[in-house]
Design a protein around this ligand. Structure first.
Ligand code: WT7
Length: 634
């Protein structure tokens, strides 16, 4: 970067984007400062008010309980079900005839499902699950692409009190097996095939491979998506259509305790084993409903499109649950943004008159690289608000998104949050002034700080660990079957705070600038994956003795992985082996984890206790200062 470019970036990052008169006039929260102040004074009351906007079978007694910290509880004694708020309560109101889901397939087919139809599908599926002996508390794994049946399956589980666990369809059979085994899923819901970029993915074969020998799976429900024959295992597998066909279209919604689990979602950490993040009915619905309505500034007739996949938390909170609780139309899209052409997204925004687009920096950068002419061809007049999530958005991408997609009139809500937080944590409200590249301020009721290695607050402008002081209703409750890991990962490194694992700075206006992870977790195209996971995949190959994986900056994906590999004695490292190792990672974990580069090395820098120092490898690779190397063995 030349010197003049640097100044330009700095100047622009300082630039403040004020909301227009029109945005202000229509904003749900016009006095954002007052809203923040009020919540700060009494966060518990703030969340009580938010909870009162939803329906409960029985109101809670105590709102918040920290007597067994960090195992916090919210809305104690309350009886509720998130599905009651997402579907049941809309029945018999004008919302029932509204479109709940618009879906477009990879090849451009579309489906529109009304709230009434969706409710019927969910009831039938719920009855089908009961028929297969799924009971309250049982785990159901869902391995499906971005299709309406994924939402139906999630809602059906929640309706009967079963715990769903969606496994991203891009994960390999091996990764699926690990997740199914950890949770002890009784039923798995999948499809015969999936579609992506005009290609067919054999989901059923992957599933069969994943659950061969499984001791927990009793049944597999197969959603038919293709025309070909499907190999079905007698007494175990059943087609979705056949299962629901004879089921009644009414099903009572189970009255759940506020603290009953709703779902488990696996996410990567610093070890090779993914963590099963547990979310519950009560606090989760309150947190995501309030944040969605305030940040996305939802209006009654909105068509809202979040381009994430239901396999990630973004899809859980903000494709399925929150939009349905708000009674608006949520879009689901099976395809990819540049197929058949790089205007797919812009075309769809016009076709379905999308009002809110919520997407990721990696997608923006990818579409940016095709040139301005693609979005410039479309007016996208329906768009009112834009959102970003998944990784820090670089100011260049922010400005491009603002100018070419939002036509300089749509505020961008850069939302910082995590699988664990369930809801937006640091995010603007549309009435707030924005800065390109900052997620702005903590959401009302949330108190965030930047801490140094000793847990002390750092001065303005200095980088440090991002930590959250105040518990919030939609926080994870534990790591499934592993409460020790819950304490160790989130409540140890920043005593008295929730440790996010991110690095950030706070500027003079209190705006947060998130820089990335502080731990050995990579974010490849916004997908979280641990260095240790990729390393363990590499080491499981017979040619590999040791491996270290680091993240490198990547212009589109944000970060890409590079593996350093020590081969076993007598094995020659060549191009062919690199191809094979990449294929091996793909088989073990899935395409998102494949390293862009692999380099064969003789030695890896280690501490005296034998721990590989990834930080040193990374600094050497990027030509940076190696930092403190006193811990190095040699
Ligand atoms: C990590 C969480 C939350 C849904 C998507 C990812 C990074 C997320 C932002 C943002 C900067 C962000 C953080 C965080 N991240 N959103 N707006 N600005 N960084 O969920 O897989 O749980 O990953 O994504 O590093 O810790 P996830």
């Amino acid at each position: 970067m030349s010197k003049s470019e640097v100044t330009e970036v700095l100047l622009n990052e300082d630039k403040i984007y004020k909301p227009s008169e029109k945005v202000l006039k229509n904003a749900r929260i016009k006095q954002w400062k007052a809203a923040h102040k009020k919540a700060e004074k009494d966060p518990i009351k703030f969340w009580e008010e938010a909870a009162n906007e939803l329906e409960w079978y029985n109101y809670w007694g105590q709102t918040f309980d920290d007597s067994n910290a960090p195992f916090f509880k919210w809305f104690l004694g309350g009886k509720c079900n998130i599905v009651h708020n997402a579907l049941d309560r809309h029945m018999g109101t004008p919302v029932e005839n509204k479109t709940a889901i618009i879906w477009e397939s990879d090849d451009g087919d579309k489906r529109k499902i009304s709230y009434k139809e969706l409710n019927k599908m969910v009831c039938k599926m719920a009855n089908g699950l009961k028929f297969l002996k799924v009971r309250k508390g049982d785990r159901v794994a869902i391995y499906l692409q971005n299709i309406p049946e994924t939402a139906v399956a999630m809602l059906a589980c929640a309706k009967i009190g079963a715990v769903h666990s969606v496994v991203y369809a891009g994960y390999s059979a091996n990764a699926l097996r690990e997740r199914v085994d950890d949770q002890g899923a009784k039923v798995l819901i999948t499809s015969d095939v999936g579609h992506r970029r005009g290609k067919i993915i054999d989901m059923k074969s992957l599933t069969d491979k994943a659950i061969s020998g499984s001791r927990s799976i009793q049944h597999v429900i197969v959603v038919k998506q293709g025309d070909g024959p499907v190999s079905m295992k007698m007494n175990r597998d059943i087609f979705y259509d056949a299962l629901v066909e004879t089921q009644p279209s009414n099903c009572p919604t189970e009255k759940m305790d506020s603290e009953d689990p709703l779902f488990i979602l696996y996410t990567s950490g610093t070890t090779s084993k993914p963590k099963g993040v547990v979310h519950v009915h009560g606090g989760y619905m309150v947190g995501i409903n309030r944040t969605f309505q305030w940040v996305m500034d939802v209006k009654e007739d909105d068509v809202y499109w979040c381009t994430a996949d239901p396999g990630w938390i973004t899809g859980h909170s903000y494709i399925v649950y929150a939009p349905l609780m708000s009674g608006i139309t949520t879009m689901m899209f099976e395809g990819v943004p540049d197929f058949p052409k790089p205007d797919r997204i812009w075309k769809m925004i016009e076709k379905y008159e999308v009002n809110i687009l919520y997407t990721a920096p990696t997608l923006i950068r990818a579409l940016m690289s095709y040139g301005d002419e693609w979005p410039s061809k479309y007016k996208m007049k329906s768009l009112r608000l834009l959102g970003s999530v998944g990784e820090p958005i670089n100011p260049e991408a922010w400005r491009w998104y603002h100018k070419f997609v939002g036509k300089s009139k749509c505020p961008i809500m850069d939302t910082w949050w995590q699988t664990e937080t369930g809801m937006f944590m640091i995010a603007p409200l549309p009435s707030m002034p924005l800065k390109a590249g900052s997620a702005t301020l903590p959401f009302p009721g949330i108190q965030a700080e930047i801490l140094d290695g000793n847990g002390k607050k750092v001065p303005v402008g200095k980088g440090g660990f991002l930590a959250i002081k105040t518990p919030w209703p939609s926080m994870l409750r534990t790591v499934f079957k592993n409460p020790d890991r819950y304490i160790k990962t989130y409540w140890t490194d920043s005593p008295g705070y929730y440790h996010t694992g991110d690095l950030a700075t706070k500027d003079k206006d209190g705006y947060f600038w998130v820089q990335g992870r502080s731990d050995d977790v990579l974010s490849i195209a916004g997908h979280r994956i641990g260095s240790a996971e990729i390393e363990s995949a590499l080491v499981s190959h017979k040619a590999v003795a040791e491996a270290a994986v680091i993240g490198k900056p990547h212009p589109i994906k944000g970060e890409s992985a590079k593996g350093f590999v020590i081969l076993r004695k007598g094995i020659k490292g060549d191009e062919e082996l690199i191809v094979e190792l990449k294929k091996h990672i793909r088989n073990k974990l899935g395409p998102i984890a494949v390293t862009d580069e692999i380099e064969f090395v003789e030695k890896l820098p280690k501490t005296r206790s034998g721990k590989i120092m990834r930080r040193v490898i990374k600094a050497a690779e990027l030509g940076q200062d190696l930092g403190d190397t006193s811990g190095l063995a040699d």
